[in-house]
Write a protein that binds this ligand. Structure first.
Ligand SMILES: [Zn+2]
Length: 262
């Protein structure tokens, strides 16, 4: 930790409090609890230059800039949006892997984000496409007051479903709630994707490699589904084997064909 803090101390302006040391931080000092990549991401903690990253924590509504680690010196970026509990920022081209921090309008600086945000070249970005090939609308989101582990994307039954990115089908089963579902283990990240309520089981066998755009099935309403929709889950790590589902909506929205983005 000391090494990381030291590397940002060279930033200069607005560092008086940190340098004074010893004193109690004022209650309004920004605090970071996490940094998550939202779009142009290889995974939740692996961003590319130009990626949108969401920093979460407290006292963030007076953020003036976000400071990333750079090759030789810290790199600052102006926020894109901010609330008391989150700040969104675009990763600058010069940023390198590290723990970003925020600086408030009064020059108060936060702790470095507890988790390292890796910044990798855009060439590491897998080709990704939206999973539903047809008009669709967002229904229930993640959580939804009932522990909903994914996002429901309404679309006509029979609408083709495609693999978002290159990977392997690791599961194809029927479940009373999920209906016909499949799991894709993505090749270039630690993520797994779940597609549920498909009208028929996927025609692809477990172990089949897929690439972005490979048709894996069709929208249905099998299992416990009220209406034709894709229940889509994004897991960081392995599906039910050490991983955890995360909110897939920012990911899905970043994949929307531009003309259809609302
Ligand atoms: Zn659902």
């Amino acid at each position: 930790m000391a090494a990381v803090a030291g590397c940002f101390a060279s930033l200069g302006a607005g560092n008086a409090l940190a340098e004074a040391g010893g004193g109690l931080a004022p209650s309004g000092t920004p605090r970071l609890s996490d940094a998550t990549c939202m779009s142009r991401c290889v995974s939740a903690r692996k961003a590319t230059p130009g990626a949108t990253v969401r920093l979460t924590g407290s006292y963030l509504d007076e953020t003036s800039r976000v400071v990333f680690k750079g090759a030789s010196k810290p790199v600052a970026a102006t926020y894109k949006s901010r609330t008391s509990s989150s700040v969104e920022v675009v990763v600058p081209a010069e940023a390198t892997s590290g723990r970003p921090l925020v600086v408030s309008e009064d020059g108060l600086r936060s702790n470095p984000s507890p988790s390292v945000l890796e910044v990798v070249p855009a060439t590491a970005l897998p080709r990704q496409v939206f999973p539903v090939r047809g008009s669709h609308q967002y229904w229930a989101g993640f959580g939804d007051g009932r522990g909903h582990q994914g996002a429901d994307v309404g679309a006509a039954c029979g609408t083709p479903l495609v693999a978002v990115a290159a990977g392997t089908i690791t599961k194809s089963e029927y479940h009373p709630r999920a209906g016909n579902y499949l799991i894709i283990d993505l090749k270039r990240s630690d993520q797994d994707l779940a597609y549920m309520h498909m009208v028929e089981p996927t025609p692809l066998k477990v172990g089949t490699p897929v690439s972005a755009g490979t048709v894996v099935g069709n929208v249905g309403d099998t299992g416990n589904a009220s209406g034709c929709h894709l229940h889509f889950e994004l897991w960081e790590g392995e599906y039910y084997e050490g991983g955890a589902p995360v909110d897939p909506i920012p990911f899905l929205k970043s994949l929307e064909p531009r003309a259809k983005r609302k």
